[in-house]
Ligand binder design. Structure first.
Ligand code: UDX
Length: 394
């Protein structure tokens, strides 16, 4: 499919990029086809294993399968998000072939993957002592990016590995911090959005990643903080990052909060119909991994509610997971945002797609709306007769 220019997932701009570069880009499932390459990027996933640690199966398998094709002059560049110490371990596997290893974490966001890859904030190179000459190899690969004076930081393996998990841990902490403030705001009748605006004006704090709501999901933040805690415990420094357990717990409580708010408005949820806008973990993505939206759909179904859900891109992946969970009888996937509202006592907005933010509430029959992303214009929804409930908003 990739060779035919088809993308197996939704990512803005990616299909266009694929077609523009097709003359220089081919895909193969046979490692032998890579034998001529000088630089081998290792980009496979490190999903969460049942213990919470990163599952290294794919990284180890890819490295092992690549070994027969490596030789003097080959450079392997690790991009996967890995537990600190992995690069040293892979180096021992790779160096007997004469090849050498670098570590080069990526920081792309889904929905902005093309932009973040081609115009990154910074480049991070991990190299082992005495192999600084490798910097030149990656500099050639990234020449167009470096010409724009993108910061490029060269460091040891362990630091390069840590940069990625530290960055994601910081982002997760920032989101959970504001969600903790949302809990407090709810208990005293304060408004977390105004709070975020006010503290965000301090440039040391900054307004970005201070959007309270149903919290973070996806394939990175949740599993990276859990993997980091596991690895730190293995290293005997678990106490240093034990606060990330709280970050995780605050985040998971947000999903339960939506059901609590709905119960406050509707009473017992059993037998009630609830409309859900959004299934992806964030807008401009069809990714449902650890999606707060889909979790809420499943929890509503388990509470006996009938859910009518719509997402502009994530319906296919969501349908497969709902089937697997045996909840297809309780969660109906419909063809439009309007159809989701048929017979529903309340609407939950769980992913802030632009098309949901842009809806004119006056065109819809008023009922209860739970704005799980604090993304709607509260005044206009109230003016249209809706009972508006935000997250941490008076
Ligand atoms: C993240 C990092 O941002 C990226 O640098 C890294 O390479 C991969 O992990 P991504 O998972 O694509 O990227 O999404 P991100 O934009 O970070 O959002 C993560 C989650 O946090 C989403 O569920 C989003 O809805 C939520 N979020 C984000 C909030 O709840 N509030 C915010 O203020 C920001």
């Amino acid at each position: 499919r990739l060779n035919a220019g088809q993308t197996p997932f939704f990512e803005p701009g990616f299909e266009d990029l694929l077609s523009r570069t097709s003359a220089r880009l081919t895909f193969s499932t046979d490692m032998a086809d890579l034998a001529d390459a000088t630089v081998h990027f290792l980009t496979v996933g490190t999903p969460q294993s049942p213990s919470g640690a990163a599952d290294m199966t794919f990284v180890d398998q890819a490295t092992t399968n690549l070994l027969p094709y490596l030789h003097e002059g080959s450079v392997v560049v690790g991009k996967s998000t890995v537990p600190v110490g992995t690069a040293e371990r892979l180096r021992a596997m790779i160096e007997p072939t004469g090849a050498r290893l670098m570590w080069n974490p990526e920081f792309l966001r889904e929905g902005f993957a093309v932009q973040d890859t081609l115009t990154p904030d910074r480049l991070v190179y991990g190299v082992s002592t005495g192999q600084e000459d490798l910097v030149e190899v990656l500099d050639q690969v990234y020449a167009p990016i470096l010409e724009r004076e993108t910061p490029r930081l060269v460091m040891d393996f362990a630091t390069a590995e840590l940069v990625k998990v530290a960055a994601n841990s910081f982002l997760a902490t920032k989101i959970s911090f504001i969600n903790a403030m949302a809990e407090i705001a709810d208990s005293v009748g304060a408004d977390v959005t105004m709070l975020a605006d006010a503290i965000g004006h301090d440039p040391r704090i900054g307004r970005k990643f201070l959007n309270a709501g149903i919290g973070f999901g996806g394939g990175c933040l949740p599993k990276d903080i859990r993997g980091f805690v596991q690895r730190a415990e293995e290293l005997g420094v678990g106490a240093a990052v034990s606060f990330l357990d709280d970050v995780d717990q605050i985040n998971l409580r947000r999903r339960a909060r939506v059901l609590d708010v709905l119960s406050e408005e509707l009473g017992d949820l059993a037998g009630q119909t609830v409309a859900l806008w959004g299934l992806a973990f964030k807008p401009d993505s069809d990714d449902i991994r650890d999606s707060p939206a889909l979790d809420i759909a499943e929890n509503l179904a388990r509470a006996g509610a009938q859910v009518r859900a719509y997402d502009p891109e994530a319906m296919g992946p969501a349908a497969a997971r709902i089937d697997k969970a045996g909840l297809a009888g309780h969660i109906t996937l419909v063809d439009s945002a309007e159809q989701a509202l048929d017979g529903a006592a309340a609407l939950v907005v769980a992913t802030e797609w632009k098309q949901f933010r842009d809806v004119d509430p006056h065109t819809l029959d008023a009922r209860v709306v739970v704005d799980g992303r604090n993304c709607l214009d509260r005044d206009s929804w109230k003016a249209a007769g809706w009972t508006y409930r935000g997250m941490g908003r008076r």
